[in-house]
Each structure stands twice: as C-alpha cells, then as structure tokens.
Design a protein around this ligand. Structure first.
Ligand code: BGC
Length: 776
C-alpha cells in the first residue's frame, strides 16, 4: 500500500556480523527452546509418551494445521511463519523418529485449504474472526479411520483454542468445554486406537476431565500457545528429545462453575464483585471445605518422563529469614528438570488465611540420571504477613498473627511435605503500618476461609491530595536543549524551568509514532531536543504493523505466550527471552515495550489470560520482575500493565472492579509490588477499568499513595490507550501521560481555572523527561 514502506526508519542490525536479530534464527531457536520448557505434561499412563523410536502415528484434529501460536488483539505478533503440529511431527519423521499416517494428514490438508478459500481472513493467515475459530473441525470418513487403524495403534488428538483482547471466553461447548464435533472426534478415536495422546494448544484453562478420567487416553500435553515454533516444540516432547518440565501456574478445576469467580462473572457489564476475596485459584481450592475434590489438576503440578526424589529437606529460621534446603535426585531413566516449590501456611487467626501460599521456588538444572542438586531457598518471614483491612488485629497494617507458621516443600501445592520447622510467632506482630487506600465503597460481602461470607464495610475516599512542590530552579538565560542536562551543563530542574505550561502539557500527552512504533510515542518536544520515545506492544513478541503486502511488514520473533513462560518456573530463561525481545525492540528504534502484562488469572474466562502469568501473585511478580530486568538490561523501557484489576475484557472501559483492600493488596497488587521493588520498571500502565468506583488512572491513592508513596516507584505512569478518563485528573493523581493523545486544551483550561497547578503538571512532565535520560 502507498506509504506503507516510508513509515519505517532504517534500522541498524544489532546481531553478530552485522546481521539482524529481529526474527533471526537464533531468536527463533530460543523461542522453541522456551516453548519446550513451559509445556506441562498432565497425564502419562503406561509410558504412552515419549513415543518409541520409529512408532507410527495418526494425527487427528484440524488443530494440527490450524495451529494457534498466541492470542489476539494488541498481544498478537506477526512472525514470518508459524510451525504447526503436523509440520513439527513431519520434521521428526525426516529424522526417522516416527512415521505419520499421511493419508489422514492429506484429508485434513484438503479440508483446511477448502475452508480457507471460503474465508478471506483465513487466507490472510488468521485463525479466527472475533471470538470464533474460522476453521471448523471436519468429520473424518469411516474408511479413512479404518485405514489409520490398520496403520497404527497410536493416535494424537489436537485441540486448540483462541481468545483475545476486548472479549471474554465462554463457559460453553467449543470454548471451556469440547465442542460437539471435538467430542465426537475424541469418541471416534477412543473407539479405534489403543494409545491416545491429547495435545492442548490453548491460551487458558479448559476442561481437563475428558482426558483425566478417561482410561483410553493415555497421555495429555498442555502445550499452551507456544509461539512460532510451537509445533516443533510439541514434537520435541512427543519424541522425547526434550523431557517436559513445565508446572501448572493455575488450578484446573473439574467444572467451570467450581471457580469461585464464576458465579458473578457475567452479572453486570458495569461492575464485578470480587466476593471470593483472597480465595483466588488454589487459595480457594486448597482452603475451602470440600473444594479440594473439585480439582482436576492442582497448582504447581506437572509430570516428567523421569522421576525425582526430593529429600534431605530442612528448614531453619533466624529473626528475619527462613532458609529451606533440600536435595533433588533424578532416580528415573532420563535426564530432566524438577521445580521445587515452597509454600507456607499461616495460623488462621482472626483474619482467616489460605491453607497454603507459594513463597519460594527454584527449578533445577538438567539433572542426569542419578545426579543430585542441592537447592537452597530463602524466605523472608515478614512476607508471610496478611493485610488487615477492617481492624480485627491492627487496622491498615500487614500483620503476622500469633501462632504456628508451617513450611511445605514439594513439587505441587498438593504434593509437598511439611518441614520440621515449627516457626512460632509468640504475639501478633505489625510488620508494616500503612494507611487505608483504595478501600471498597460498594461490595457487600467477602468470602471467609470456611466458604461462608462476611459483611464487608464500605469506606469513603479519605486521602487529601498533596500538591507537588513548585520548581524554584531558575531557567537558563538562553533556551537549552536536553542534551545540556546530559553533559551536566544545566540541571534537570533548570531545564524544566524553561518550559511553558503548554509545553509541559504536551509532554504529558502521547505523540505520533515513529518508524514501526505503531502505538504512538512519549516525549517528542523537538525544539528542546526531547526525543520521540516510540512505544510498541507485546508481550509475546514485538507487535509490528501488518501491511497487506508482506514486503511492508517487519516480521518479529513470536515467543510462547506469557502463561507458558510462567509454567517454566525459570526466572533465568524468562529473563533471557525478555532480553532477546528487548533487543528486537531496540533494533527497530523503538524505546518503550508495552510488556509484561501481569493481571491475575482470576477467572478462566478473561480473554487476555494468555498474556498474563498466573492465578498466583508471587509467581506473577517473580515472572514479571524477570521480564522487566531482561528488557531493561538492554536499556529499553519495560511497561508492566494493566495496573490494576483488569481481570475481564467485556466493557473493560467502564467496568468497576469492586474488591476489598486486603484482596487488592494480597492478590491484585502483590505481583506489581514485587515487580516494582525487585526490577524497577521505567514505565507502568494503568488499566481501563475502575477500581472501587474510581478510574485507576485518576486514582491518587493508587498511583501516588500506594505505587509511588508506599513502594517508592519513581518511573513514568501511562494510561492505557484511549481510555475514558479526564486527563487533568490523571495528572493530579500522578498518571504522567495520556496515550495515545492527551486532552491538551482541557488540561490548559483546568490549569487556567485553578483546578491543577503548574507544579502538578511539571512533576509528571519531569518524569517523562527523566525517562528520555535513561534511554540510550
Ligand atoms: C491494550 C494495551 C495495549 C494498548 C496499546 C490497549 O488496548 O489494553 O495492553 O498496550 O492497547 O496497543
């Protein structure tokens, strides 16, 4: 298309020997490796997997061709190709590792091509239109099944799911549950084959009862949406070239209705009551009476082709820390990796507590058969505290209630043993005294540890705005360029002092995108030498613009979805992938990567769960911190988002997330808190939704009170794109930039009417300039 090409700036390759890193072979290879590390083997009876060398297989399901590499919306990534499952397995065939019944594959290929012809979107490489998968599951003719049966006993069934931004999933057949056609396919395969392997190419939780409780299905691999090399990564595991080591980061319940968030998920488009309170995910299933039996696969669970012995477990405490030691020995038949998980249980006390909470983890290296690794995990005792939001122990404080704290070590929330350490807290201890912030105003009840509900009081907003201090620095006599700050000729305050209020407002407003930065830029005050800092989406890769003509598209590496990355439980690997992604951002002259996304998997239905990590805030925080460190290690700004409680997509711009302050702090903010304190992101994105009746981007208590005040955050806060809040109110709250455009006239008007001061605007603008100074 006209102009497509000239939108791009020349970009200097950053790879070795002057080669491009973007979409390079080495990055694609890393994407494949990461994919194999996060896939979770859910079932493996009678050594169904790995398949034996030279084994014959028949592959069922259109998903073998129509492979879903990631989700849709701003998280979609345009890579040069996507390796589907069929292609992945054919590569293994070329190495004589297995043999595919190709007549069946030919049938699927013909069906696939025919369906694509009738659908222009599919021809362009899209798997879905809005919430519907375009390509339907065809019915395999009987004679073909008979011939497949003559060829082999082993069948693979490929099931896939898609979801995306702006819409939520459904608890129906074809989404959470198998569609009728899929169920028929499974039935047919069950009747005709002895060894059956299910592969799930999904971005979120789906029903798992159909294979867990079906003897005839011997193995199930939760392969997630695993990026551009997903099909080959799956084949790596199927053949045993890689031993799976991924572990669940969410609880797989037996029915959708068993998730406590399900009851009111669709009550209203305008609000969601987080009545289950802190009992999200395994905190619910492991705590609430009788809920354990509603679990199909517990949090932390994942099989290996080998067996590990976790032994010599000890735990010792001093005043500040608990140190857990254990040994892991590979006592099976194949090299592999194990994930050691540490959970604590706090005394139920007056506040009520989940039965177990994750507080530490470590993945082993690749352990050869017979090899042992010594693992040490250090826990901070204060991290076991709970937030008291109604004054039962100590109002608005994190408290360690008196009683016994138990520590568990194992490889899932269920399969773990209590250590001998009986850590006793003699009396209630206030770990941190805070003030009430973002308290609920309109949610009536909260769940207790017995599954019953407590009345939850409503509170008014109470924090008075603290006005930013006037900048008293004297502007330099002549107009100075920002570079004068870099060279030390003038201070940043002196630089800021020369900017007129209109210019400050411009800095607090999104600017046009440069080059491939297709979501706009920060900065861009040319006459003062403030550069355009281009932004671009993630998290599964750099999301470029897809032109109609491939010549006009910069294809990038598509990494596995964030949930798969979390399932690796490997902070080093997450760092490495994020750093490689950051290099692609940098190579394309973009400054800010709108990554990681880190909302909590409160419900399986949230359409963007594939972009988020987990139902657990600790793991979420650790994974996000690793991503942020990886990206910023190449001096690209990371942007954790969406701050906070964006746990649903439908009507996300107007929906009010109504949540207790305790659940907010212990579940929905905790991941952000860990990420901010451990990794210091340069940018944070607020969310579209309201939080307890207030737009998050306008919430002084959230941004200036909690994020900046309590956690010491110094970076930029941006809105999400095209939200519907008031720009001047956002600036007053400490949300520095409105994207992709500001409401400059309205802010100026508010300034002239005395609703916002120059100092308040300058405080925000200054942080934008500080960001420019951090960049290369
Ligand atoms: C999404 C963000 C994204 C932004 C820019 C919004 O619709 O919620 O995650 O970064 O668009 O594309």
């Amino acid at each position: 298309m006209k102009w497509d090409r000239i939108k791009y700036q020349p970009c200097v390759p950053l790879g070795a020997d002057g080669k491009l890193l973007t979409g390079s072979k080495e990055h694609i290879e890393l994407s494949r490796k990461a994919a194999t590390e996060g896939m979770v083997l859910l079932k493996n009876e009678n050594e169904t997997l790995p398949i034996k060398k030279g084994e014959r297989i028949a592959i069922f399901g259109i998903g073998q061709l129509d492979y879903i590499k990631g989700g849709g919306g701003s998280g979609e990534v345009y890579s040069k190709y996507t390796r589907n499952i069929y292609e992945g397995l054919k590569i293994k065939e070329s190495e004589n590792k297995l043999f595919v019944f190709d007549d069946l594959a030919k049938f699927y290929i013909k069906e696939y091509e025919a369906q694509k012809v009738n659908n222009p979107l599919a021809l362009k490489g899209f798997s879905q239109s809005n919430s519907e998968l375009i390509i339907q599951e065809p019915i395999v003719p009987k004679d073909l099944i008979n011939r497949a049966k003559l060829y082999t006993d082993t069948a693979i069934i490929c099931i896939r799911r898609f979801s995306g931004e702006g819409w939520d999933r459904k608890s129906e057949k074809g989404d959470f549950y198998l569609s009728e056609d899929e169920a028929k396919l499974v039935e047919t395969v069950k009747q005709n084959f002895k060894r059956i392997i299910a592969i799930l190419d999904v971005g979120g939780i789906i029903d798992s009862v159909w294979f867990k409780e079906e003897e005839k299905i011997g193995a199930a691999l939760l392969a997630w949406q695993a990026g551009m090399e997903g099909g080959l990564a799956i084949a790596d595991i199927i053949c045993g070239d890689v031993n799976p080591s991924g572990k669940l980061v969410d609880t797989f319940a037996k029915k959708f209705e068993y998730y406590p968030s399900s009851e009111h998920f669709n009550d209203s488009e305008d609000y969601v009551d987080y009545n289950e309170d802190i009992y999200v995910g395994y905190r619910y299933f492991e705590t609430i009476p009788d809920a354990q039996k509603r679990v199909c696969y517990p949090f932390g669970f994942g099989l290996s082709f080998t067996v590990f012995d976790i032994h010599s477990i000890t735990a010792n405490a001093n005043d500040e820390f608990i140190t857990v030691n254990c040994k892991v020995t590979n006592i099976g038949k194949m090299a592999g990796k194990e994930v050691i998980q540490v959970y604590f249980s706090a005394p139920k006390g007056k506040l009520g507590k989940p039965s177990k909470q994750l507080i530490g983890f470590k993945k082993t290296k690749l352990l050869e058969v017979g090899e042992t690794e010594f693992i040490t995990i250090k826990l901070k005792i204060d991290d076991m505290a709970s937030f008291d939001d109604t004054g039962k122990v100590q109002m608005s404080a994190y408290v360690l209630e008196k009683g016994e704290y138990k520590i568990f070590v194992g490889n899932s929330v269920r399969n773990c043993v209590e250590t001998e350490l009986a850590f006793k807290q003699k009396s209630n201890k206030t770990v941190k005294q805070l003030v009430q912030r973002c308290a609920p105003y309109n949610i009536k009840r909260r769940m207790k540890q017995d599954g019953e509900y407590d009345y939850l009081p409503s509170y008014d907003r109470r924090e008075a705005l603290v006005i930013a201090k006037e900048n008293t620095a004297v502007a330099p006599p002549e107009k100075k360029n920002l570079y004068a700050v870099v060279t030390g000729e003038i201070t940043l305050d002196e630089f800021m002092a020369q900017l007129k209020v209109e210019e400050l407002i411009e800095l607090c407003s999104g600017q046009r995108g440069m080059g491939i930065a297709n979501t706009g830029s920060f900065g861009g005050l040319d006459s003062y030498g403030i550069p355009y800092m281009g932004t671009i989406d993630g998290p599964a890769g750099v999301r470029t613009y897809k032109g109609d003509n491939p010549v006009n598209t910069v294809y990038t590496t598509c990494w596995p979805c964030a949930t798969l990355m979390a399932c690796t439980w490997d902070e080093d690997l997450i760092f490495t992938v994020a750093r490689a992604g950051g290099m692609e951002v940098k190579e394309n002259n973009v400054a800010v990567w709108l990554t990681p996304a880190m909302n909590i998997h409160r419900s399986p239905l949230c359409g963007r769960n594939f972009e988020y990590f987990s139902e657990d805030p600790f793991l979420t925080g650790k994974a996000a911190a690793a991503v942020i460190k990886g990206i910023q290690s190449v001096r690209i700004a990371a942007t954790p988002k969406h701050f906070c409680c964006n746990n649903k997509e439908v009507n996300r711009n107007d929906s009010d997330s109504r949540v207790s302050e305790r659940a907010l702090r212990e579940i929905y903010l905790k991941g952000f808190e860990i990420a901010v304190k451990e990794a210091d992101p340069w940018v944070i994105m607020t969310s579209y939704n309201l939080l307890n009746g207030e737009e998050t981007s306008e919430s002084y208590e959230l941004i200036t009170g909690i994020l900046r005040g309590e956690w010491g955050y110094k970076g930029v806060v941006t809105t999400d794109w095209c939200n519907n809040s008031k720009h001047y109110k956002e600036l007053k709250a400490g949300n520095d930039i409105k994207m992709p455009f500001g409401e400059q006239k309205e802010v100026l008007k508010a300034y002239k009417e005395g609703k916002i001061s120059k100092a308040e605007i300058e405080a925000c603008a200054k942080r934008v300039v500080e960001l420019a100074l951090k960049l290369d």
